[in-house]
Design a protein around this ligand. Structure first.
Ligand code: ITT
Length: 195
């Protein structure tokens, strides 16, 4: 079984990626390597932060490392919080409250937004592969639903449900992370077969 370390400490992301990868991989995550210090996400692009996290773990562990850098771009906020989504406010609940506050009075047609995800797969020899995915939607007026994580309860999909009202499988089928992962999965399968 091939080992892959997921360079993340976000439980929601880890659960989604483990489900996407399936049983053929022995998936570790940041908590299995407490000796690796937390990576300072100081780059101003998703690609930059994903690459920094993935290379740090590939170098330190000697196994393939996958990192996800993702975020939410809100059109009425000029694309914010974007790459700074995790730092927009201290907790998930505060981020949601702050965003709903910033968007108070903004009409439905101007509440469009998208999730972006960049995955970076890094190898101990310093090489890397990227895959990207997006998911279009809008910011609702109040949180709804119990699944998922982060901004999911206020992210309304074209069908009217929030991302939190979808099961994990339904979310994987249409999410930014699901789209990015399926692009990378082809590469992963080919490399796993060839190396
Ligand atoms: P790691 O860096 O350890 O992976 P993180 O939470 O710091 O975890 P990011 O820097 O990539 O991750 O920040 C992404 C933030 O964007 C995350 O904290 C969520 O608030 C939000 N986000 C990303 N994907 C999301 C999703 O599928 N659903 C809801 N919110 C999401």
């Amino acid at each position: 079984m091939r080992t892959l370390v997921f360079a993340s400490s976000n439980k929601g992301k880890i659960a989604e990626l483990k489900a996407l990868l399936g049983d053929a991989w022995d998936v570790k995550s940041a908590s299995d390597f407490p000796q690796i210090p937390e990576v300072d996400e100081d780059r101003d692009t998703f690609e930059g932060n994903a690459a920094k996290k993935a290379h740090t773990f590939a170098r330190a562990t000697g196994v393939w490392a996958l990192a996800d850098d993702s975020g939410l771009e809100v059109d009425a906020m000029n694309g914010r919080p974007g790459v700074y989504s995790a730092r927009y406010a201290p907790t998930e609940a505060e981020r949601i409250e702050k965003m709903l506050g910033e968007l108070q009075g903004v009409p439905d047609e101007k509440r469009t937004a998208r999730f972006r995800c960049v995955l970076c797969l890094a190898f101990p020899d310093g090489t890397e592969r990227f895959a990207k995915g997006t998911c279009e939607g809008a910011i609702g007026h109040a949180p709804r639903g119990t699944h998922g994580f982060g901004y999911d309860p206020i992210f309304v999909l074209p069908g009217g449900k929030t991302m939190s009202e979808l099961t994990r499988d339904e979310k994987a089928g249409l999410s930014h992370r699901g789209h990015a992962f399926r692009k990378l999965k082809t590469v992963l399968d080919e490399l796993a077969a060839g190396r």
